[in-house]
Ligand binder design. Structure first.
Ligand code: F6R
Length: 268
């Protein structure tokens, strides 16, 4: 796992945006895995900025989101489809027909929908770069603690903590879903690169468990210890519980030297 620590959330977003731009520049039909939540909003702002400055086009990009609430109308402002339209898709030149979320209505079979989503990812050539956030309980996507570390896209019941954490986004009288469709941990592990962004002190314990804790279904993000190309980008607050911060910073400088000498190479 490569751990990169920045002074602030702004720098985390800028670095993540450079990863996306590098992928788009180097692969003819790039496939992005996207996340919702507060953390990637600043990344999406940077991507929109790059697009407006003519530095980045999404014409060739396909995308697959990690998750979507179960049985939510895409036009509902709380849907992750609306989130993606508002924060990214409506502001760039992506073809919305190439943007996918794991949807499932009440009349659809969640198992079939999960299988179809997996097949669609495969048909697109697999995910090149999966953007991830992390829950305070170590979840990735909506894979809550005890999720199978080899799980695939399926319906999940959210934990009380996740429902509470996300309640800030709902009005008191608004219905808040407690089930969602989510890529599995196995789905995420099949991405060629994984870029996990974490900012803020409330993520510090989960980040420490993910990087230095045991590989355990109790911290779903710890599965990334087994990923060949997992990059974790943190601000100082999210990194604050890590013991070996000096090592990560030193290793990052060494990597910059290697990149300068041999080129910045991604095996997409
Ligand atoms: C969202 C997702 C979740 C979030 C996580 C952190 O698509 O998959 O795992 O990444 O809950 O959310 P924020 O960024 O709001 O702290």
């Amino acid at each position: 796992m490569q751990v990169v620590i920045f002074d602030n959330a702004e720098q985390v977003a800028a670095h993540a945006a450079d990863w996306v731009a590098d992928l788009v520049a180097n692969k003819p039909s790039p496939v992005l895995g996207l996340a919702t939540g507060s953390t990637p909003i600043s990344l999406y702002k940077k991507l929109v900025e790059k697009h407006k400055n003519d530095e980045l086009s999404f014409k060739s990009v396909s995308s697959f989101n990690l998750d979507e609430y179960h049985n939510i109308d895409p036009s509902n402002p709380q849907s992750y489809r609306s989130f993606m339209n508002d924060n990214l898709f409506d502001h760039v030149d992506i073809d919305k027909a190439n943007t996918h979320l794991p949807t499932c209505t009440d009349t659809q079979n969640p198992r079939e929908q999960g299988l179809k989503y997996e097949a669609a990812i495969k048909a697109a050539g697999g995910i090149d770069l999966q953007i991830l956030g992390i829950g305070a309980n170590g979840h990735i996507g909506f894979n809550e603690p005890t999720s199978s570390l080899v799980s695939k896209t399926r319906i999940k019941t959210l934990t009380e903590q996740t429902i509470k954490d996300n309640s800030r986004l709902f009005n008191p009288d608004e219905y808040q879903p407690d089930t969602a469709m989510t890529m599995g941990i196995g789905t995420i592990m099949e991405s060629r690169y994984v870029l996990l962004m974490a900012t803020g002190e409330n993520k510090a314990d989960a980040v420490n468990d993910m990087i230095t804790g045991a590989l355990s279904a109790m911290c779903p993000a710890s599965a990334l210890q087994m990923h060949e190309n997992a990059v974790v980008i943190l601000d100082k607050a999210a990194a604050s519980k890590l013991k070996d911060q000096g090592y990560y910073q030193w290793a990052d400088k060494q990597n910059a030297k290697l990149n300068a000498q041999y080129g910045f190479y991604h095996n997409y």
